[in-house]
Design a protein around this ligand. Sequence first.
Ligand code: XUL
Length: 555
Amino acid sequence: MIPSRAASNQLPRQIRPATNTRMARLFLGLDSSTQSLSALVIDYDTRRVVYDKSLNFDKTLPHYGTQNGTLRSDDPLVVHSPPLMWAEALDVLFAQMKHDGVPLGNILAVSGSGQQHGSVYLNDRAAGALTSLNPARSLVENLSGIFSRTTSPIWMDSSTSAECAEIREKLGGIKATAQQTGSDMFERFTGPQIRKFFKTEPDNYARTSSIALVSSFMASLLAGKIAPIDHGDGAGMNLMDIHKKTWHPDALKATATKLKTKLPPPAEPWKIVGTVSPYFAKKYGLNPAAQALVWSGDNPCSAIGLGLIHEGRIAISLGTSYTYFGRMKQCRVDIRGEGSVFGAPTGDYLPLICFTNGSLARERIRDQYGLNWEGYDQLLLNTKPGNGGAIMLPWFEPEIVPRVSRPGVHRFDFDEKNAAAQDCRAIVEAQMMSMRIHSAWMKIKPTTIYATGGGSVNLPVLQIMADVFNCPVHRIEVAKSAALGAALRAVHGWLLHIGEKPKWQEVVSVFTDPIPNSEVKPVPKSVRIYDKLIKKYAACERRILNAGPARSRRP
Ligand code: XUL
């Protein structure tokens, strides 16, 4: 059993620790991500993570031939995964939990998180197979012959530009598409992926009686019946009316024929699909009365796992790419089509923007000057906030936000003698100013920022973040934020189910507390400098974007 960081925290008074006389209230969160399947069990009363295990697809299930969980073809734009691998992983992980002595019989509810956008295509045998899963056979054997498409396109697939253009045009352009579905058409979103299947494999599309997302497919296995798609993940399809949270008739029509008959209804994120399938109870000893909730996407689940339950609390994840997301009470979409709005597990909205040039871009500069991260930070600290007016547009790779299809790094007003140090600072200042500019459509003034991901250990980066946003920044541990969020969603759904009125604040308490003493406060003088500099940054960006392929002062 692995105690979490939360375990060592002081327990708030209102939370009663489990005693020997009371059975622990355990909840299971699963996370079916691109590369792995994870399980996290939490003890709600003691606020402890009591079990935490991950299974890597490539290593554990090499017979599927995946690389980082994906199947590649000659076309680099096409990226699929085998859905049977996800099912087999579920068997392996439950067997592992049983072997590790996890008290599965005490689990009260299960929920999960799935990589967003990926789709699974089932034929008319699927519903019957799911209701009669035989514990004497493996899931793979039980599911044999239920797929109308053996592989699933996933979020990394970008082969649907033509389909995006076709659907967008029918919906009335970028602004209208975003206003209706929450996002402009994106290649990885499920609608354009379904359209491509409909166009290129019409017979197999016709044989498809049910289309699932990764999340709803996994929930269907757990519940032993076709599970609904929750509002969080449903919004990542370009098929759901983001306001009414029902399938959008025009989007369905623009995507493929008879699509409505193939989609389960969208459901609230706390919906209980049923008790868990007897398959898991008989085979692994899972509590037969445990409630199986709908699953959601990894970003909505992470929002809960990070404690983003107040509008104004923002998470900035500094990974390979950077993401900026939070909670939004009233739906506002990005009519320029850069950002997305998903449903949030709290019942309202989750606005999200994703930047390709995150750590990756900082690594380029670090390597260019032969530095390690300490050396990088030292050079950065040789310069002052505002960088003497030097501005960089760091588009080493094509960028999502703003949309930049032809990469290029653009520098303005650099001092040639101090270029290395200025580069180190310019890139971080650029990333933070760009986040501030391109999150303006959310109309949410950050009051607390939670910094996560590998890059969040760099204090100078967090200081620039605090100064640009004029907002305190805290570090938060998130190794398993999606699985934790799924477990907390299971708690919330179960409490509702037994007639309580759970408050999110209480559900996430302790589990999502920031790292103690990690607060970085904004420095007023620097805040004023960035308030001025951001106008210059925006002007530089406009100039380059309007000019097309750009000029740079220095290669
Ligand atoms: C979000 C997105 C990814 C996937 C995989 O739009 O494409 O974050 O959810 O993690």
